[in-house]
Design a protein around this ligand. Structure first.
Ligand code: FE2
Length: 292
């Protein structure tokens, strides 16, 4: 019998809901999958606990939300689960002297995934197979709440501006393969997006910051761009607007990558953390990040 019902429990004032009552190892009905997509749009982050998922399950569940991307190229090349190019391994574990996954055990700073692309991914799913006893929590921030938190004067200032999203460095601070460290932020490689975007249905405005290192506001001298970005980040990226997920084995967390940022706490390098992730491409009809 396909699973058809769930209950939804909000996790924080700005975003996040825990979904209870679903065993995701069983088939999802189209109605339930559509209800989950609606919940993701509204709550931006969905957490499911006590799941037992194979890589095939993870691919199947994520596939209800849209086409899956292949695992991205990391500091160690393309790291995917055996047999599943869509399943990206995030881990500090090494086997036979080689890392089995990306991002190590360090902090991952606030960012949205792959916003250096013209059409950044729609959403991601992260499933916990092994977790450390301490650390490694993943934080999420609503970029609607971040925009709302800007002082009015800063809202007026960012209106109509663009921002270049750096393509050289990943969220762990590692250079992507084939890139050199940026020297001049005004000319370094990246993709320009509107700084303020609007939800296509609600019209609600959100900041599209991507990540702080190596960002640049085109048209501004680098020092001025840096000062304005620092002011935006200080006003918008605040702990009280965020929610952090404390992982247990069997947790699946999905987030909407367009309207949120995420980060990760560091954890002890001698403890194992092993997560499998899928990334869902943005639907073809919504491929541009529309300016507000
Ligand atoms: Fe990320």
């Amino acid at each position: 019998m396909p699973a058809t019902t769930f209950t939804l429990h909000p996790l924080a004032p700005t975003l996040g809901a825990e979904i209870r009552g679903l065993d995701l190892s069983r088939p999802l009905s189209p109605a339930t999958a559509a209800a989950l997509a609606g919940a993701l749009d509204r709550y931006l982050v969905l957490a499911f606990r006590d799941q037992t998922l194979s890589d095939a399950d993870l691919v199947r569940v994520s596939g209800h939300f849209g086409p899956l991307d292949k695992a991205p190229i990391t500091e160690h090349g393309r790291l995917h689960a055996p047999g599943f190019e869509e399943v990206y391994v995030i881990s500090n574990v090494t086997e036979n002297g080689r890392p089995i996954g990306a991002l190590g055990a360090g902090e991952s700073v606030w960012h949205a995934d792959m916003t250096y692309l013209e059409a950044p991914p729609y959403a991601s799913s992260l499933y916990a197979l092994e977790v450390p006893a301490e650390g490694g929590d993943t934080g999420f921030l609503s970029m609607f709440a971040a925009y709302d938190a800007l002082p009015e004067e800063l809202k007026r200032r960012v209106d109509g501006l663009s921002i270049k999203h750096d393509s050289t460095t990943n969220s762990g601070g590692y250079l992507r393969q084939g890139f050199a460290p940026p020297v001049d932020l005004a000319s370094s490689p990246g993709t320009v997006h509107p700084l303020v975007i609007a939800h296509p249905a609600s019209g609600r405005k959100a900041l599209l910051l991507g990540r702080r290192p190596h960002a640049h506001i085109p048209g501004l001298p680098v020092a001025e761009s840096e000062a304005l970005l620092d002011a935006i980040w200080a006003a918008a990226v605040r702990p009280e607007l965020a929610w952090h997920h404390r992982w247990r084995v069997g947790d699946l967390v999905m987030w909407d990558n367009r309207w949120t940022m995420h980060r990760r706490d560091p954890f002890p390098g001698d403890q194992r953390r092993r997560m499998h992730r899928t990334q869902i491409a943005i639907p073809a009809e919504a491929r541009r990040m529309e300016a507000a």
